[in-house]
Design a protein around this ligand. Structure first.
Ligand SMILES: [Fe+2]
Ligand SMILES: [Fe+2]
Length: 180
């Protein structure tokens, strides 16, 4: 899987993927998820984040995938559902827990599974991330997965609003679910 992934992604993206895999493994150990599944989900979460968005769209077309209007307005989101399909077709992953965690790693969803939460959080806090506040999130991840998930969703929503971007409805659903 690593050889194939290394060829498909830019070096920085590949390093990020290794970081997410390692961080996911640590979180799985801490919060009682399957450690091996977490590592694989982390490794492959960006497997469809091909350098060129046109290549991603080509891949989506090959799989006959169509996206709703909101998703098309945030092209950075496409690689997540596309990645779940690609992990299945290209990397032979059939485990639903892994595939779901890949599918929802960018926008989240209401009632996220333990594996969804682990990959979502690991993607944000892995060692190569260096945005303002990441250290605080890392410390939080050490104490409570739900608390850090909430903080990550908040960070993502605020980030999109500051950029005048669309906030994906799944992210709001994830947020509202937690708040309820
Ligand atoms: Fe991603
Ligand atoms: Fe990622």
């Amino acid at each position: 899987m690593k050889d194939k992934l290394k060829k498909a992604l830019k070096p920085k993206r590949y390093q990020h993927s290794l970081g997410v895999a390692k961080t996911a493994r640590i979180l799985a150990q801490k919060y009682g998820a399957n450690v091996e599944k977490a590592y694989i989900a982390g490794l492959l979460h960006d497997c469809a984040k091909l350098p060129d968005i046109k290549e991603q769209m080509k891949l989506a077309k090959k799989y006959g995938m169509e996206f709703d209007e909101v998703t098309l307005k945030c092209p950075a989101v496409i690689h997540a559902p596309l990645g779940a399909r690609h992990a299945k077709e290209e990397y032979g992953i059939t485990d639903k827990e892994i595939l779901d965690a890949i599918e929802y790693h960018t926008v989240g969803r209401a009632n996220m599974t333990l594996m969804d939460k682990i990959i979502y959080v690991a993607d944000m806090i892995e060692p190569t991330r260096d945005f303002d506040g990441v250290e605080k999130l890392r410390k939080m991840a050490d104490k409570s997965l739900d608390k850090v998930l909430k903080a990550c969703l908040k960070q993502s929503i605020i980030h999109n609003i500051k950029k005048d971007s669309v906030v994906h409805p799944n992210t709001l659903e994830a947020w509202n679910y937690i708040m309820r």
